[in-house]
Write a protein that binds this ligand. Structure first.
Ligand code: NCD
Length: 315
């Protein structure tokens, strides 16, 4: 079964195939509008979304992607009203849901490793839509696709990742996927206590991929091809991180991007964000042509259309 559990799964052949399919979906929908991308082979098949953490983009773009392909979409976004609130285990829920014969299950949960646990039980493919502090492989795929479309390449890039590197799964998966391409280098700009995890740093070191850590936002942005900003993951911060934020109330401002920060970025560079943003990118930069986070979110739907076809073995 084609489970999607980690960004490590995406090799160059697969991303090339998925991006070609995403390009096709983009053209078809942009030219033909709603209904144009319906695939008779997928009509009547069912995608089930099991979301145990807050989501707007991932939940909805998966829903739109499947609907544009002609599939039916079911699911829940509520832990409160599911049997989990009565103490049901993830394993039991997945065993039961997969028994209703969906074609795939898209899972978001609060604990790293949950997607793998689900895949071990499920009788249908499981797609990891974010597992706690773990990974967010489909986000990294759409982030990579955004670079492919906006910069024309996914290699020989200087990627500056800023914000909560410790708790942000999008940054972790993005580093993994970009590490597959030659010539990429990374700079991590995180407030103290929010630095990138040792496991990712060790992976980069083992692959001899250059990476730096700094707290100097301006200096890092000057040579960025991509600036990828993220919010503090307040639902996951540790006691030490909370203490840091309380002792440094200006940290949010120090690590935010406004007009002064974007103006030092090269003209060709792009400012990305998985969203939601909560102040770390100011609305004053939204009209700058380098700010592409809403386009990035839109690309996510086309990438997920391609990914659904891949998971269902239609491509
Ligand atoms: C991200 C996530 O859930 O990890 N959101 C998303 O899927 N676009 C980022 C975040 O919540 O900060």
């Amino acid at each position: 079964m084609r489970h999607i559990l980690t960004a490590d799964q995406f090799d160059l052949d697969l991303t090339t195939k998925l991006f070609a399919e995403a390009d096709k979906a983009y053209e078809t929908l942009t030219k033909g509008g709603t209904g144009a991308a319906v695939d008779p082979k997928l009509a009547g098949r069912i995608m089930y979304r099991l979301f145990y953490e807050a989501s707007t983009r991932t939940y909805e773009s998966f829903g739109f992607a499947a609907t544009h392909l002609g599939m039916s979409v079911l699911g829940t976004q509520s832990v409160q009203f599911s049997s989990v609130s009565k103490g049901e285990t993830l394993e039991d829920t997945i065993r039961m849901i997969s028994g209703y014969d969906p074609s795939l299950i898209v899972l978001r949960s609060a604990t790293a490793g949950d997607a793998l646990r689900a895949a071990e039980i499920s009788s249908v493919p499981v797609v990891n839509a974010g597992d706690g502090k773990g990974e967010h492989p489909t986000q990294s795929l759409l982030d990579l696709y955004t670079m492919h479309r906006e910069l024309g390449r996914t290699e020989n890039l200087h990627i500056v990742l800023g914000g909560d590197m410790a708790n942000g799964r999008t940054a972790r998966s993005l580093v993994k996927i970009l590490s597959k391409y030659p010539g990429n280098r990374f700079t991590f700009v995180a407030p103290p206590t929010f630095e990138m995890g040792e496991d990712i740093l060790a992976e980069l070191d083992a692959k001899h991929i250059p990476c730096e850590q700094t707290t100097d936002v301006m200096e890092a942005l000057k040579t960025a091809d991509v600036a990828y900003w993220t919010r503090i993951q307040k639902e996951r911060v540790s006691a030490e991180q909370t203490a840091y934020l309380e002792a440094n109330p200006s940290a949010g401002e120090t690590f935010s991007i406004g007009k002064a920060q974007i103006s030092v970025m090269p003209e060709h560079a792009r400012l990305m964000h998985p969203l939601p943003r909560v102040g770390e990118i100011k609305t004053e930069v939204d009209s700058d042509p380098r700010a592409i986070y809403f386009t990035q979110a839109r690309y996510g739907m086309f990438v997920r259309m391609a990914l659904i076809k891949y998971v269902l073995e239609e491509i």
